[in-house]
Structure formats: structure tokens, C-alpha cells
Design a protein around this ligand. Sequence first.
Ligand code: FES
Length: 118
Amino acid sequence: MKARLFVCTTCDRYAQPPPAPTRGEQMLAAIQAEAERVGIGHAISTVACVNSCPRPAGAALREGRGGGVFRFARLTPPDAPALVDFVARRVAGERVEVPDSLADRVASYILPRGPAAE
Ligand code: FES
């Protein structure tokens, strides 16, 4: 399974005026620093939106082609260590649950693609 965390750098798209750096860019910096510290910097990517816009900042962990997708919202930089630990363990193939500290940050979960219905 090739898991990868996609961090939205556009959030907060509704901020007036938009801060510089954006909340998403601040979140990305915190995540990248923690990911480099634990050796999974390669598993972090950026994206323009993960559909968490009404509740910024957003990110999504996609677990390979056809795999499940955890979508997060309302992330803040102090969430980075718990989020990166969760991502690192999923990247390593552990079937760990979302940690309690991030439970209220899960906006949705898309099930992995299963066998085609008959
Ligand atoms: S703009 Fe960040 S989730 Fe849509």
C-alpha cells in the first residue's frame, strides 16, 4: 500500500484578507517538519483542496490506488505530531485507528474499493 498525506495549502479560502502564509501553508510547514523528523517526508504532498474548505485547514490520507481515504478538517499546527504519527504507522502498513486527539478532526472516510458488485 502506498499511503500519502495530501495537505491543502489553499485553506482558508474564505479568509478576508487571506493571511500570508495561509493556514494551509502553516499546517504544511508543521507537518513537513514533523514528517522529516520521523523519516516520512517522502509521504507528504500538497494539493489545492481536499473539500474541507468550510472547516479549514484540511488534509487527506490516501492509502494507494483504490485504497481508503481519511479526510481531515479543522487541523491546526499542534495536531501535526499526532497526525504524522498516524500517517507514519499507516505508511508502515499498521492498521491503527485515528488517535483520540484527532477524532473530531475526521471529516469523512472513504472505504477502499472492494470487489465489483455482482
Ligand atoms: S481550500 Fe482547503 S480544503 Fe478546500
